[in-house]
Design a protein around this ligand. Structure first.
Ligand SMILES: *Cc1c(COP(=O)(O)O)cnc(C)c1O
Length: 450
Protein backbone atom coordinates (compact mmCIF):
# COMPACT_ATOMS: atom_id res chain seq x y z
CA UNK A 1 0.00 0.00 0.00
CA UNK A 2 1.45 3.34 -1.05
CA UNK A 3 1.43 6.50 1.00
CA UNK A 4 2.30 8.75 -1.92
CA UNK A 5 0.92 12.28 -2.01
CA UNK A 6 0.64 12.78 -5.79
CA UNK A 7 -0.33 9.83 -7.95
CA UNK A 8 0.72 10.69 -11.48
CA UNK A 9 0.21 9.08 -14.87
CA UNK A 10 2.60 9.28 -17.83
CA UNK A 11 1.38 11.08 -20.96
CA UNK A 12 1.34 7.68 -22.64
CA UNK A 13 -1.33 6.60 -20.12
CA UNK A 14 -3.73 9.40 -21.14
CA UNK A 15 -7.08 7.69 -21.92
CA UNK A 16 -7.77 7.54 -25.67
CA UNK A 17 -11.56 7.08 -25.42
CA UNK A 18 -14.39 8.82 -23.64
CA UNK A 19 -16.95 6.64 -21.85
CA UNK A 20 -20.70 6.82 -22.56
CA UNK A 21 -22.67 5.71 -19.49
CA UNK A 22 -25.92 5.44 -21.47
CA UNK A 23 -24.65 2.17 -23.02
CA UNK A 24 -24.66 0.49 -19.58
CA UNK A 25 -27.86 1.85 -18.01
CA UNK A 26 -30.89 -0.42 -17.48
CA UNK A 27 -32.98 2.16 -19.40
CA UNK A 28 -32.03 5.18 -21.55
CA UNK A 29 -32.87 8.73 -20.38
CA UNK A 30 -36.19 10.11 -21.72
CA UNK A 31 -35.88 11.80 -25.13
CA UNK A 32 -35.35 15.53 -25.63
CA UNK A 33 -38.55 17.08 -27.06
CA UNK A 34 -39.19 19.77 -29.65
CA UNK A 35 -40.99 22.62 -27.81
CA UNK A 36 -43.51 23.10 -30.64
CA UNK A 37 -44.43 19.55 -31.66
CA UNK A 38 -43.54 17.86 -28.34
CA UNK A 39 -42.01 15.08 -30.46
CA UNK A 40 -38.44 13.84 -29.86
CA UNK A 41 -35.98 16.23 -31.55
CA UNK A 42 -34.08 14.96 -34.57
CA UNK A 43 -30.57 15.93 -35.70
CA UNK A 44 -31.98 18.61 -38.04
CA UNK A 45 -33.60 20.43 -35.11
CA UNK A 46 -30.19 20.82 -33.44
CA UNK A 47 -28.16 21.55 -36.60
CA UNK A 48 -28.55 25.37 -36.37
CA UNK A 49 -26.62 25.29 -33.08
CA UNK A 50 -24.25 22.29 -33.10
CA UNK A 51 -22.03 20.47 -35.63
CA UNK A 52 -23.27 17.01 -36.68
CA UNK A 53 -20.35 15.25 -34.96
CA UNK A 54 -21.45 16.61 -31.56
CA UNK A 55 -25.12 15.90 -32.30
CA UNK A 56 -24.12 12.28 -32.98
CA UNK A 57 -22.25 12.14 -29.67
CA UNK A 58 -25.31 13.59 -27.92
CA UNK A 59 -27.45 10.60 -28.97
CA UNK A 60 -24.92 7.80 -29.38
CA UNK A 61 -25.53 4.43 -27.77
CA UNK A 62 -21.90 3.33 -28.27
CA UNK A 63 -20.07 2.54 -25.05
CA UNK A 64 -16.85 4.35 -26.06
CA UNK A 65 -16.00 7.28 -28.36
CA UNK A 66 -12.43 7.72 -29.62
CA UNK A 67 -10.75 11.01 -28.67
CA UNK A 68 -9.37 12.65 -31.85
CA UNK A 69 -5.56 12.99 -32.05
CA UNK A 70 -5.86 16.80 -32.38
CA UNK A 71 -7.76 16.87 -29.07
CA UNK A 72 -5.29 14.56 -27.33
CA UNK A 73 -2.49 16.92 -28.47
CA UNK A 74 -4.13 19.85 -26.65
CA UNK A 75 -5.07 17.69 -23.63
CA UNK A 76 -1.36 16.94 -23.20
CA UNK A 77 -0.79 20.59 -22.17
CA UNK A 78 -2.12 19.61 -18.73
CA UNK A 79 -3.37 16.01 -18.82
CA UNK A 80 -3.17 13.51 -17.24
CA UNK A 81 -4.09 15.60 -14.19
CA UNK A 82 -2.78 14.67 -10.73
CA UNK A 83 -4.66 12.62 -8.15
CA UNK A 84 -3.71 13.71 -4.62
CA UNK A 85 -3.97 11.90 -1.33
CA UNK A 86 -5.03 14.55 1.24
CA UNK A 87 -2.69 13.36 4.00
CA UNK A 88 -2.63 16.72 5.77
CA UNK A 89 -6.38 17.23 5.71
CA UNK A 90 -6.87 13.66 7.01
CA UNK A 91 -4.46 14.33 9.84
CA UNK A 92 -6.11 17.64 10.77
CA UNK A 93 -9.49 15.89 10.86
CA UNK A 94 -8.13 12.98 12.90
CA UNK A 95 -9.94 10.59 10.59
CA UNK A 96 -9.07 6.99 9.72
CA UNK A 97 -10.55 7.68 6.24
CA UNK A 98 -8.35 8.09 3.18
CA UNK A 99 -9.25 11.16 1.16
CA UNK A 100 -8.25 11.42 -2.51
CA UNK A 101 -8.88 14.41 -4.75
CA UNK A 102 -8.57 14.55 -8.50
CA UNK A 103 -7.27 18.05 -9.22
CA UNK A 104 -8.47 19.75 -12.42
CA UNK A 105 -7.10 23.19 -11.48
CA UNK A 106 -3.90 22.60 -13.47
CA UNK A 107 -5.70 23.24 -16.79
CA UNK A 108 -5.32 26.52 -18.75
CA UNK A 109 -8.65 27.82 -17.39
CA UNK A 110 -8.02 26.52 -13.87
CA UNK A 111 -10.89 24.01 -13.96
CA UNK A 112 -12.24 20.89 -15.69
CA UNK A 113 -14.02 22.96 -18.36
CA UNK A 114 -11.28 22.72 -21.04
CA UNK A 115 -11.86 18.93 -21.16
CA UNK A 116 -14.99 19.63 -23.20
CA UNK A 117 -14.16 23.12 -24.56
CA UNK A 118 -11.26 21.66 -26.58
CA UNK A 119 -13.24 18.93 -28.37
CA UNK A 120 -16.19 21.29 -28.91
CA UNK A 121 -13.93 23.88 -30.57
CA UNK A 122 -12.20 21.13 -32.56
CA UNK A 123 -15.42 19.64 -33.99
CA UNK A 124 -16.84 23.09 -34.81
CA UNK A 125 -13.64 24.15 -36.59
CA UNK A 126 -13.71 20.86 -38.52
CA UNK A 127 -17.27 21.76 -39.64
CA UNK A 128 -16.03 25.17 -40.96
CA UNK A 129 -17.76 27.20 -38.27
CA UNK A 130 -16.20 30.67 -37.79
CA UNK A 131 -17.48 31.72 -34.36
CA UNK A 132 -18.83 30.16 -31.15
CA UNK A 133 -21.18 31.91 -28.73
CA UNK A 134 -21.71 30.86 -25.16
CA UNK A 135 -22.79 31.80 -21.65
CA UNK A 136 -20.65 31.76 -18.54
CA UNK A 137 -21.38 32.01 -14.82
CA UNK A 138 -18.30 32.41 -12.66
CA UNK A 139 -16.28 32.71 -15.89
CA UNK A 140 -14.61 29.31 -15.91
CA UNK A 141 -16.48 28.10 -18.98
CA UNK A 142 -16.01 31.35 -20.92
CA UNK A 143 -12.28 31.21 -20.19
CA UNK A 144 -12.06 27.56 -21.24
CA UNK A 145 -13.92 28.14 -24.50
CA UNK A 146 -11.87 31.27 -25.32
CA UNK A 147 -8.69 29.20 -24.80
CA UNK A 148 -10.03 26.32 -26.92
CA UNK A 149 -11.18 28.66 -29.72
CA UNK A 150 -7.68 30.19 -29.82
CA UNK A 151 -6.25 26.68 -30.33
CA UNK A 152 -8.42 26.08 -33.40
CA UNK A 153 -8.68 29.61 -34.91
CA UNK A 154 -12.31 30.34 -33.94
CA UNK A 155 -13.84 33.57 -32.66
CA UNK A 156 -15.45 33.32 -29.23
CA UNK A 157 -18.27 35.55 -27.90
CA UNK A 158 -19.31 35.16 -24.27
CA UNK A 159 -22.32 36.39 -22.25
CA UNK A 160 -21.41 36.40 -18.57
CA UNK A 161 -24.03 36.45 -15.80
CA UNK A 162 -24.10 40.04 -14.51
CA UNK A 163 -23.61 39.15 -10.82
CA UNK A 164 -20.38 37.29 -11.63
CA UNK A 165 -19.25 39.86 -14.21
CA UNK A 166 -19.27 42.47 -11.44
CA UNK A 167 -17.76 40.16 -8.76
CA UNK A 168 -14.95 38.68 -10.91
CA UNK A 169 -13.40 41.27 -13.24
CA UNK A 170 -10.25 39.21 -13.82
CA UNK A 171 -12.19 36.54 -15.70
CA UNK A 172 -13.10 39.15 -18.32
CA UNK A 173 -9.43 40.04 -18.77
CA UNK A 174 -8.48 36.38 -19.04
CA UNK A 175 -11.16 35.75 -21.69
CA UNK A 176 -9.94 38.80 -23.64
CA UNK A 177 -6.32 37.65 -23.26
CA UNK A 178 -7.29 34.39 -24.99
CA UNK A 179 -8.89 36.52 -27.76
CA UNK A 180 -12.56 36.24 -26.75
CA UNK A 181 -15.23 38.97 -26.57
CA UNK A 182 -17.36 39.27 -23.42
CA UNK A 183 -20.68 40.98 -22.53
CA UNK A 184 -22.51 41.16 -19.22
CA UNK A 185 -25.88 39.35 -19.30
CA UNK A 186 -28.66 40.46 -19.49
CA UNK A 187 -27.41 42.69 -22.34
CA UNK A 188 -29.15 45.03 -24.77
CA UNK A 189 -27.58 43.09 -27.68
CA UNK A 190 -30.32 40.45 -27.85
CA UNK A 191 -34.12 40.35 -27.69
CA UNK A 192 -33.93 37.90 -24.76
CA UNK A 193 -31.59 40.16 -22.76
CA UNK A 194 -33.57 43.31 -23.55
CA UNK A 195 -36.82 41.67 -22.38
CA UNK A 196 -35.27 40.81 -19.00
CA UNK A 197 -33.87 44.34 -18.62
CA UNK A 198 -37.26 45.87 -19.48
CA UNK A 199 -38.81 43.90 -16.60
CA UNK A 200 -35.92 44.43 -14.17
CA UNK A 201 -33.16 46.92 -15.08
CA UNK A 202 -31.11 45.68 -12.08
CA UNK A 203 -31.36 41.96 -12.91
CA UNK A 204 -28.31 40.07 -11.55
CA UNK A 205 -28.70 37.71 -14.49
CA UNK A 206 -28.68 33.92 -14.46
CA UNK A 207 -27.17 31.13 -16.52
CA UNK A 208 -30.61 30.57 -18.07
CA UNK A 209 -30.78 34.18 -19.31
CA UNK A 210 -27.19 34.14 -20.61
CA UNK A 211 -27.91 30.88 -22.50
CA UNK A 212 -30.94 32.54 -24.17
CA UNK A 213 -28.72 35.39 -25.37
CA UNK A 214 -25.95 33.16 -26.74
CA UNK A 215 -28.44 30.79 -28.42
CA UNK A 216 -30.31 33.70 -30.00
CA UNK A 217 -27.16 35.04 -31.68
CA UNK A 218 -25.98 31.59 -32.83
CA UNK A 219 -29.39 30.76 -34.31
CA UNK A 220 -29.31 33.95 -36.41
CA UNK A 221 -25.95 33.31 -38.13
CA UNK A 222 -25.08 30.26 -40.23
CA UNK A 223 -21.33 30.64 -39.58
CA UNK A 224 -21.90 30.77 -35.81
CA UNK A 225 -22.62 27.88 -33.47
CA UNK A 226 -23.37 27.68 -29.78
CA UNK A 227 -21.36 25.76 -27.17
CA UNK A 228 -22.67 24.64 -23.79
CA UNK A 229 -20.30 24.04 -20.88
CA UNK A 230 -22.37 21.50 -18.96
CA UNK A 231 -25.74 19.64 -18.84
CA UNK A 232 -25.70 17.93 -22.28
CA UNK A 233 -24.71 14.29 -22.86
CA UNK A 234 -21.74 15.14 -25.08
CA UNK A 235 -20.31 17.45 -22.41
CA UNK A 236 -20.52 14.74 -19.74
CA UNK A 237 -19.03 12.29 -22.24
CA UNK A 238 -15.94 14.49 -22.74
CA UNK A 239 -15.51 14.93 -18.98
CA UNK A 240 -15.23 11.16 -18.39
CA UNK A 241 -11.51 11.50 -19.12
CA UNK A 242 -11.34 12.62 -15.44
CA UNK A 243 -12.82 9.40 -14.05
CA UNK A 244 -10.91 7.15 -16.47
CA UNK A 245 -7.63 8.66 -15.24
CA UNK A 246 -8.71 8.43 -11.60
CA UNK A 247 -9.49 4.71 -12.01
CA UNK A 248 -5.95 4.10 -13.28
CA UNK A 249 -4.46 6.24 -10.52
CA UNK A 250 -6.32 4.53 -7.68
CA UNK A 251 -5.37 1.15 -9.13
CA UNK A 252 -1.72 2.21 -8.87
CA UNK A 253 -2.07 2.59 -5.10
CA UNK A 254 -4.37 -0.41 -4.73
CA UNK A 255 -7.40 1.50 -3.44
CA UNK A 256 -11.07 1.43 -4.48
CA UNK A 257 -13.45 4.21 -3.42
CA UNK A 258 -16.19 3.61 -0.85
CA UNK A 259 -17.62 7.10 -1.31
CA UNK A 260 -17.40 9.42 -4.32
CA UNK A 261 -18.57 13.02 -3.86
CA UNK A 262 -18.70 15.89 -6.32
CA UNK A 263 -20.35 19.28 -6.67
CA UNK A 264 -23.14 19.65 -9.22
CA UNK A 265 -24.08 22.77 -11.16
CA UNK A 266 -25.09 21.19 -14.46
CA UNK A 267 -23.43 17.92 -13.47
CA UNK A 268 -20.39 17.69 -15.74
CA UNK A 269 -17.45 17.48 -13.33
CA UNK A 270 -19.45 15.14 -11.10
CA UNK A 271 -20.49 12.92 -14.01
CA UNK A 272 -17.00 13.09 -15.47
CA UNK A 273 -15.47 11.69 -12.30
CA UNK A 274 -18.28 9.35 -11.29
CA UNK A 275 -19.47 7.71 -14.53
CA UNK A 276 -16.44 5.45 -15.15
CA UNK A 277 -16.75 4.30 -11.50
CA UNK A 278 -20.49 3.80 -12.02
CA UNK A 279 -19.63 1.54 -14.99
CA UNK A 280 -17.54 -0.57 -12.59
CA UNK A 281 -20.33 -0.50 -10.02
CA UNK A 282 -22.96 -1.62 -12.56
CA UNK A 283 -20.61 -4.45 -13.57
CA UNK A 284 -20.46 -5.54 -9.91
CA UNK A 285 -16.72 -4.93 -9.49
CA UNK A 286 -16.95 -2.14 -6.89
CA UNK A 287 -19.78 -0.70 -4.80
CA UNK A 288 -19.15 2.95 -3.90
CA UNK A 289 -21.81 5.36 -2.63
CA UNK A 290 -21.91 8.19 -5.19
CA UNK A 291 -23.13 11.53 -3.81
CA UNK A 292 -23.85 14.82 -5.60
CA UNK A 293 -23.53 18.04 -3.58
CA UNK A 294 -25.44 21.16 -4.55
CA UNK A 295 -25.92 24.63 -3.02
CA UNK A 296 -28.85 25.12 -0.63
CA UNK A 297 -29.68 28.27 -2.62
CA UNK A 298 -30.13 26.35 -5.89
CA UNK A 299 -30.98 22.73 -5.03
CA UNK A 300 -32.28 21.25 -8.28
CA UNK A 301 -31.75 17.57 -7.36
CA UNK A 302 -32.87 17.63 -3.73
CA UNK A 303 -35.73 20.16 -4.00
CA UNK A 304 -36.59 20.48 -7.69
CA UNK A 305 -39.22 18.56 -9.64
CA UNK A 306 -38.39 15.91 -12.28
CA UNK A 307 -40.15 17.32 -15.30
CA UNK A 308 -39.70 18.54 -18.86
CA UNK A 309 -38.34 22.08 -18.84
CA UNK A 310 -36.40 24.49 -21.00
CA UNK A 311 -32.64 24.80 -20.64
CA UNK A 312 -32.81 28.59 -20.87
CA UNK A 313 -34.97 31.36 -19.44
CA UNK A 314 -36.58 32.61 -22.65
CA UNK A 315 -37.74 29.11 -23.65
CA UNK A 316 -35.77 28.80 -26.90
CA UNK A 317 -34.10 25.44 -26.25
CA UNK A 318 -35.64 21.98 -26.67
CA UNK A 319 -37.42 20.51 -23.63
CA UNK A 320 -35.32 18.24 -21.44
CA UNK A 321 -36.61 15.96 -18.69
CA UNK A 322 -34.55 16.96 -15.69
CA UNK A 323 -34.62 18.02 -12.07
CA UNK A 324 -35.50 21.67 -12.29
CA UNK A 325 -36.47 24.68 -10.18
CA UNK A 326 -38.27 26.20 -13.19
CA UNK A 327 -36.56 27.85 -16.15
CA UNK A 328 -37.24 31.39 -14.98
CA UNK A 329 -35.90 30.76 -11.46
CA UNK A 330 -33.16 33.30 -10.71
CA UNK A 331 -31.07 32.00 -7.80
CA UNK A 332 -29.65 34.33 -5.19
CA UNK A 333 -26.19 35.56 -6.19
CA UNK A 334 -24.20 33.05 -4.11
CA UNK A 335 -20.47 32.96 -4.76
CA UNK A 336 -20.42 29.56 -6.43
CA UNK A 337 -21.51 31.08 -9.77
CA UNK A 338 -21.02 27.75 -11.55
CA UNK A 339 -23.70 26.13 -9.39
CA UNK A 340 -26.41 28.72 -10.11
CA UNK A 341 -28.34 26.80 -12.76
CA UNK A 342 -32.07 26.07 -12.52
CA UNK A 343 -31.79 22.54 -13.93
CA UNK A 344 -29.62 19.43 -13.75
CA UNK A 345 -28.16 17.39 -16.58
CA UNK A 346 -30.89 15.03 -17.91
CA UNK A 347 -28.45 12.13 -17.67
CA UNK A 348 -27.56 12.87 -14.02
CA UNK A 349 -31.28 13.40 -13.29
CA UNK A 350 -32.10 10.01 -14.83
CA UNK A 351 -29.32 8.24 -12.92
CA UNK A 352 -30.66 9.88 -9.72
CA UNK A 353 -34.18 8.63 -10.51
CA UNK A 354 -32.74 5.13 -11.03
CA UNK A 355 -31.36 5.34 -7.49
CA UNK A 356 -27.74 4.97 -8.62
CA UNK A 357 -26.60 8.22 -6.94
CA UNK A 358 -27.56 10.27 -3.85
CA UNK A 359 -27.72 14.06 -3.42
CA UNK A 360 -27.31 16.54 -0.55
CA UNK A 361 -27.46 20.36 -0.37
CA UNK A 362 -25.06 22.61 1.59
CA UNK A 363 -25.12 26.26 2.63
CA UNK A 364 -22.31 28.51 1.44
CA UNK A 365 -20.85 29.28 4.90
CA UNK A 366 -20.37 25.55 5.57
CA UNK A 367 -18.74 25.27 2.16
CA UNK A 368 -16.34 28.19 2.62
CA UNK A 369 -15.42 26.84 6.04
CA UNK A 370 -14.46 23.59 4.31
CA UNK A 371 -12.60 25.49 1.57
CA UNK A 372 -10.52 27.36 4.13
CA UNK A 373 -9.78 24.21 6.08
CA UNK A 374 -8.64 22.60 2.85
CA UNK A 375 -6.48 25.61 1.84
CA UNK A 376 -4.74 25.67 5.22
CA UNK A 377 -3.92 21.95 5.12
CA UNK A 378 -3.50 21.03 1.45
CA UNK A 379 -2.29 24.43 0.19
CA UNK A 380 -4.75 24.83 -2.68
CA UNK A 381 -7.42 27.54 -2.55
CA UNK A 382 -10.43 25.75 -4.08
CA UNK A 383 -12.95 27.44 -6.38
CA UNK A 384 -16.22 28.15 -4.50
CA UNK A 385 -17.99 25.34 -6.42
CA UNK A 386 -15.85 22.39 -5.24
CA UNK A 387 -15.95 23.67 -1.64
CA UNK A 388 -19.40 22.02 -1.72
CA UNK A 389 -17.77 18.67 -2.49
CA UNK A 390 -15.12 19.30 0.17
CA UNK A 391 -17.77 20.08 2.79
CA UNK A 392 -19.40 16.71 2.06
CA UNK A 393 -15.98 15.02 2.06
CA UNK A 394 -15.14 16.44 5.48
CA UNK A 395 -18.57 15.47 6.80
CA UNK A 396 -17.96 11.88 5.66
CA UNK A 397 -14.41 11.82 7.06
CA UNK A 398 -15.68 13.07 10.45
CA UNK A 399 -18.35 10.35 10.41
CA UNK A 400 -15.50 7.86 9.90
CA UNK A 401 -13.77 9.36 12.95
CA UNK A 402 -16.88 8.50 14.99
CA UNK A 403 -17.28 4.97 13.59
CA UNK A 404 -13.60 4.16 13.15
CA UNK A 405 -14.21 3.07 9.54
CA UNK A 406 -11.17 3.56 7.24
CA UNK A 407 -13.29 4.48 4.20
CA UNK A 408 -11.72 5.58 0.92
CA UNK A 409 -13.27 8.88 -0.14
CA UNK A 410 -12.73 10.26 -3.65
CA UNK A 411 -13.66 13.75 -4.78
CA UNK A 412 -13.17 16.08 -7.73
CA UNK A 413 -11.33 19.28 -6.87
CA UNK A 414 -12.62 20.65 -10.14
CA UNK A 415 -10.98 24.09 -10.01
CA UNK A 416 -8.82 26.54 -8.08
CA UNK A 417 -10.16 29.78 -6.68
CA UNK A 418 -7.42 32.23 -7.61
CA UNK A 419 -9.89 34.40 -9.48
CA UNK A 420 -12.55 33.97 -6.81
CA UNK A 421 -10.63 35.56 -3.96
CA UNK A 422 -13.23 38.31 -3.49
CA UNK A 423 -15.57 35.55 -2.27
CA UNK A 424 -12.98 34.42 0.28
CA UNK A 425 -12.52 38.05 1.32
CA UNK A 426 -16.23 38.24 1.89
CA UNK A 427 -16.21 35.13 4.06
CA UNK A 428 -13.12 36.17 6.03
CA UNK A 429 -14.61 39.58 6.81
CA UNK A 430 -17.77 37.88 8.11
CA UNK A 431 -19.93 39.39 5.39
CA UNK A 432 -21.25 36.13 3.95
CA UNK A 433 -24.86 35.15 4.46
CA UNK A 434 -26.66 31.86 3.88
CA UNK A 435 -29.41 31.89 1.34
CA UNK A 436 -31.70 28.92 1.15
CA UNK A 437 -34.25 27.93 -1.40
CA UNK A 438 -37.77 28.07 0.02
CA UNK A 439 -40.87 26.02 -0.68
CA UNK A 440 -42.48 29.28 -1.86
CA UNK A 441 -39.88 29.48 -4.64
CA UNK A 442 -40.99 26.12 -6.00
CA UNK A 443 -44.71 26.97 -5.86
CA UNK A 444 -44.11 29.86 -8.21
CA UNK A 445 -41.85 27.87 -10.52
CA UNK A 446 -42.85 28.17 -14.14
CA UNK A 447 -42.93 24.81 -15.91
CA UNK A 448 -44.08 24.20 -19.49
CA UNK A 449 -47.12 21.93 -19.96
CA UNK A 450 -46.05 18.74 -21.69
C1 LIG B 1 -18.58 25.20 -14.19
C2 LIG B 1 -18.06 24.75 -12.94
C3 LIG B 1 -18.84 23.95 -12.09
C4 LIG B 1 -20.26 23.57 -12.36
O1 LIG B 1 -20.47 22.85 -13.53
P1 LIG B 1 -20.64 21.28 -13.55
O2 LIG B 1 -21.07 21.01 -14.95
O3 LIG B 1 -21.65 20.90 -12.55
O4 LIG B 1 -19.30 20.70 -13.27
C5 LIG B 1 -18.27 23.52 -10.91
N1 LIG B 1 -17.02 23.85 -10.59
C6 LIG B 1 -16.23 24.60 -11.37
C7 LIG B 1 -14.84 24.92 -10.94
C8 LIG B 1 -16.72 25.07 -12.59
O5 LIG B 1 -15.95 25.80 -13.38
Amino acid sequence: MSSETKILLAESELPRRWYNLVADLPSPPPPVLHPGTLQPVGPDDLAPLFPMSLIEQEVTAERYVDIPEEVLDVYRLWRPSPLYRAHRLEKALGTPAKIYYKYEGTSPAGSHKPNTAVPQAYYNAAANIRRLTTETGAGQWGTALAFACAQFGLECEVWQVRASYDQKPYRKIMIETFGGTIHPSPSTLTKAGQAVLDADPDSPGSLGIAISEAVEVAAQHSDTNYALGSVLNHVLLHQTVIGEEALLQLAKVGDTPDVIVGCTGGGSNFGGLAFPFLREKLAGRIDPVIRAVEPAACPSLTRGVYAYDFGDTAGMTPLMKMHTLGHDFVPDPIHAGGLRYHGMSPLISHVYELGLIEAVAKTQTECFEAGIRFARTEGIVPAPEPTHALAACIEEALRCRETGEPKVILTALCGHGHLDLAAYGNYLSGAMDDREFSAEDLKTANLPRV
